[in-house]
Design a protein around this ligand. Structure first.
Ligand code: SF4
Ligand code: SF4
Length: 549
């Protein structure tokens, strides 16, 4: 039996299919992680961790996780003869353990000073043993797709190819809604791209009850009778079902289906925001209920801090879309179709997405395309010409990347988005501020006439062996710091409960950090609080569950 594994390595988690290569590429099983294994919540956190703690540590965490994910699908290593991956340039480069500093630092002068040689990032294949993978045959071929340019990765290429964007005659936009929202505006044969750091709220993280799009996640809210809301929850096959009818003010609920929610994912967050705004329960930046919470099924709630986090994410995406429109010099009404990719782009109700600004305010049509990165990874796994086809398209794309981090237009729009979502700035004032900066005001909403959903879920085929969820990746960073008194101040300070101080006896102590929970270099509260000044995050070494440091 010859098996293959197609992987999508995303910023907020990994997803994979186990595929029977003998049987026309039949998908046998699917597995997902609930988080990214590296400390941190976004690409910059991951890159900084990689640079501070060393490539060896970062790479081992990634490969251990990939191995574990593959193993959960139940195949023997010797049966797996091929692996394919897809993701953004940072995730692909870390998976392969190649140069990443060109992705972390923007300036050419600095890169030159650091003697950074920018990798080509073309389509190629390597052997699993070169990566240190143990869950597949050592000689297994690992297919690695190309980037379009160093900052526009295989995931963006997947989104473009799977939506057929380059064949369109009209002006259209595409966005993969994730922690890092990759977006493109296609206008007169040219592709203009950008990448907005939306933050983890779009994937349901950094929200009190947030979780990734996985079984038991609230994925949508639909207004029901008497001010109550239908809570739509993903079932074991990732299909959305109406689970309960809930009063958002009191939390009183009537169960409809047996799927019990355990959290809310990004699309549920968007829906709660849109329905809350339209019902007047949210008046930015406040929730107008007695306890300032919106109550959902099974005791889950959405609070004012969540409103602000979600607002920052949607604000970054709207600022990105409008920066592309401004930079290309077209009008809002020129964009006819919006292609939406990724889990959030698939499950979200486009009308609610438009209410909160995730898609342009004037549109003819929306098309929801699913997890195009995983679909593309599957294509290059089963098609021996798949990598060449991707490289051909990458070579043919005429593209211009707009760096939002250095764009004055993005900055002018984004500061107003933040004021609108988190400080309650009115829309009139927002538009005045844009006019002051020489930018177009937000037009009135024109709802799309056509809403097309190409797939029923972001992973349309799960396989007969079902969906496995890797809840606990089980990789830790450990260290015994010389001079540590075991006071546990670091442990108490950790906002994610990722850290434990263990006693080894003889007044020796060991710090143990769960990598998937840790916020990484953006946090380091553990290090900052240490009264003995001995905590050294960068010196921590990786161990797997059950191993000693
Ligand atoms: S306090 Fe330390 S261990 Fe806890 S999340 Fe922050 S960096 Fe990670
Ligand atoms: S705060 Fe410093 S001294 Fe106290 S337990 Fe943590 S590492 Fe040790």
């Amino acid at each position: 039996m010859a098996l293959g594994v197609a992987l999508d390595l995303g910023t907020s988690g990994y997803r994979g299919h186990l595929v029977d290569l003998d049987k026309n590429g039949k998908i046998l099983a699917t597995a997902i992680t609930m988080r990214h294994p590296l400390p941190g919540a976004n690409i910059m956190d991951h890159l900084h961790f990689w640079m501070e703690n060393g490539a060896d540590v970062g790479h081992r965490i990634i490969i251990e996780t990939v191995d574990k994910l593959i193993s959960t699908m139940g195949a023997k290593p010797e049966e797996i003869v091929r692996v394919s991956v897809c993701g953004n340039p940072a995730q692909m480069s870390m998976f392969e353990k190649i140069e990443i500093r060109d992705l972390a630092f923007a300036g050419q002068t600095l890169l030159k000073k650091l003697n950074v040689k920018v990798p080509e990032r073309k389509a190629h294949a390597i052997k699993a043993e070169e990566l240190g993978m143990r869950s597949v045959r050592q000689t297994a071929e690992v297919r690695i797709p190309p980037s379009i340019r160093h900052e526009i990765g295989a995931d963006a290429l997947a989104m473009i190819m799977k939506t057929g964007l380059m064949d369109k005659k009209e002006t259209c936009m595409v966005t993969d809604y994730g922690t890092n929202a990759e977006m493109g505006l296609f206008y007169k044969g040219e592709l203009y791209t950008g990448s907005a750091a939306a933050g983890p709220a779009m994937e349901g993280q950094s929200i009190d009850y947030g979780m990734l799009a996985a079984p038991q996640a609230i994925s949508d809210i639909i207004p029901g009778e008497n001010g109550r809301w239908y809570n739509v929850v993903l079932n074991d096959s990732l299909h959305p079902v109406r689970s309960a009818l809930v009063d958002p003010i009191t939390g009183a609920e009537t169960k409809i289906d047996g799927v019990i929610a355990r959290g809310i994912t990004g699309t549920g967050v968007v829906a709660a925001m849109a329905v809350g705004l339209e019902a007047g329960i949210i008046k930015l930046p406040n929730i107008m209920t007695p306890d300032h919470k919106i109550h959902l099924t099974n005791g889950i709630y959405f609070n004012e801090e969540d409103v602000r986090e979600a607002g920052k994410a949607t604000g970054a995406i709207r600022a990105g879309h409008r920066t592309l429109i401004e930079e290309v010099g077209i009008e809002d009404k020129d964009v006819k179709t919006m292609y939406m990719a990724g889990a959030s782009g698939t499950y979200v109700d486009p009308i609610k997405a438009q209410t909160v600004g995730l898609i342009p305010r004037v549109l003819d049509k929306t098309v929801q395309a699913g997890n195009t990165s995983l679909m593309m990874s599957y294509d290059i796994l089963v098609d021996d010409d798949g990598l060449d086809k991707m490289q051909d398209v990458a070579n043919a794309i005429s593209s211009k990347h707009i760096m939002f981090a250095t764009s004055k237009v993005f900055e002018d729009i984004y500061v107003n988005e933040i004021a609108y979502w988190t400080e309650g700035m009115t829309m009139e004032m927002y538009n005045e501020m844009l006019a002051h900066a020489g930018l177009k005001p937000l037009p009135d909403i024109v709802r799309p006439k056509e809403i097309i959903r190409l797939v029923s879920s972001d992973i349309p085929v799960i396989g007969a062996r079902g969906l496995k969820t890797l809840d606990d990746i089980g990789v830790y960073l450990m260290a015994s710091f010389e001079g540590c008194t075991g006071c546990k101040k670091c442990q108490k300070e950790c906002p994610e409960r990722a850290l434990q101080i263990l006693s080894l006896g003889n007044k020796k102590f060991q710090a143990k950090v769960n990598t998937e929970l840790c916020l990484g270099t953006a946090c380091k509260k553990c290090q900052a609080i240490c009264p003995e000044d001995v905590y050294d995050f960068a010196s921590m070494k990786i161990v797997k569950k059950g191993e000693d440091a």
